[in-house]
Design a protein around this ligand. Structure first.
Ligand code: A2P
Length: 333
């Protein structure tokens, strides 16, 4: 086993990279050394870690000598180009992009659900799932264990920080423009995001679903090892700063009940039940912002589909949906 590994963060200056630094610090990660990598634009910039300043270096193919674990979050193109170099230099790559997720030689890991999958990594690469997939599966995996998952119908409510810093800026500028009667032109999103919702996240595929929606379906099958799982999903961008919410109808092979569903979460790490309608207790995005745990509530027996539950799950997509999950994978190494 590795002792106090030398960790590198590729994309350290990005939204997820910054959160990775925070997770390493807050979780007291047993770290030998930390190398921060980004584009040439950021080389020389100083970032704080555990009270010390670390100078950001430019990412090159030679950046990975002596690195034990490389956390990648600089987009799929960078992962495809530099991930294999890092693995060849002997680092275990934990990649937050979608580049390797469906590669058969690359495990796709949520530590609370399939930690053992991380052990078998013939390419030296482990993939971090899509944020909406992780948050949905945090709610679904305990129910799958209890009742046997058969199919999923879901709608997501995804925060603008999922589009990086630019998403937040666009929302703020539009709110300001509208409330001050100024003209504006959307650029990050295809339509106005302020005071609106947009039923399109990522580009459309041939079957009419978006890539984001197909990620939910395909990644869920791989992680739960349910190749026949049926998933139908609508991903929606909403004018929320941070934390994704997902409304899910899940059908099971064995009859579920609300009580048994709530009990299924008992003792499960990373997910808490906030479900007391009589007292207006249900999760909202602001409840999970900056937090590690996902929250599940509004658990009901479906009025339409037999052996199905309706539920609502919320999680911080920058954290559990990306940075935290990657750091947790590093921890199980
Ligand atoms: P930089 O800040 O130097 O551009 P986000 O998803 O928040 O936009 O962050 C993307 C991250 O990926 C940033 O850290 C960014 O670094 C990094 N990045 C983008 N392009 C490159 C590149 N060509 N080489 C290395 N890092 C890159």
């Amino acid at each position: 086993m590795m002792k106090s590994p030398h960790v590198a963060i590729v994309g350290a200056t990005g939204a997820v990279g910054v959160e990775m630094l925070l997770c390493l610090e807050q979780r007291n990660f047993d770290l030998g050394e930390l190398t921060l990598l980004a584009s040439a634009r950021s080389a020389g910039k100083k970032m704080k870690f555990r009270g010390e300043e670390i100078i950001v270096k430019e990412l090159t193919h030679d950046s990975f000598e002596g690195i034990d674990i490389a956390l990648f979050s600089a987009g799929g193109g960078i992962s495809l180009e530099y991930g294999p170099s890092a693995a060849a230099a002997g680092a275990v790559v934990i990649d937050n992009s979608s580049a390797f997720r469906m590669d058969e030689g690359v495990p796709l890991v949520v530590p609370e659900i399939n930690p053992e999958a991380a052990k078998n990594r013939p390419k030296g690469i482990i993939a971090n799932p899509n944020c909406t997939t992780i948050i949905s599966l945090m709610a679904l995996a305990p129910l799958h264990e209890a009742f046997g998952l058969e199919s999923v119908i879901a709608s997501s409510y995804q925060a603008v920080s999922g589009s990086g810093a630019q998403g937040i800026i666009e929302l703020e500028e539009q709110v300001s423009a509208i409330t001050n009667g100024r003209e504006f032109t959307p650029s990050v999103y295809p339509r106005q995001i302020a005071f609106n919702v947009i039923p399109q996240v990522d580009s459309f595929t041939e079957n009419g679903y978006t890539k984001e929606e197909m990620k939910m379906a395909n990644e869920g099958r791989k992680i739960l090892e349910l190749p026949e799982l049926k998933v139908s999903c609508t991903c929606v961008r909403v004018p929320v700063y941070r934390s994704h919410s997902v409304s899910i109808t899940a059908k099971f092979t064995r009859p579920p009940s609300v009580e048994a569903a709530r009990a299924a979460y008992t003792g499960k790490p990373g997910i808490q039940v906030h479900d007391d309608p009589a007292n207006m207790v249900f999760p909202v995005p602001l409840d999970t912002t900056g937090k590690d745990d996902c929250l599940v509530g509004r658990i009901r027996e479906s009025l339409v589909i037999e052996n199905a539950l309706d539920l609502w799950v919320v999680g911080d997509q920058v954290r559990k949906g990306a940075a935290l999950n990657a750091v947790q994978v590093a921890e199980i190494l």
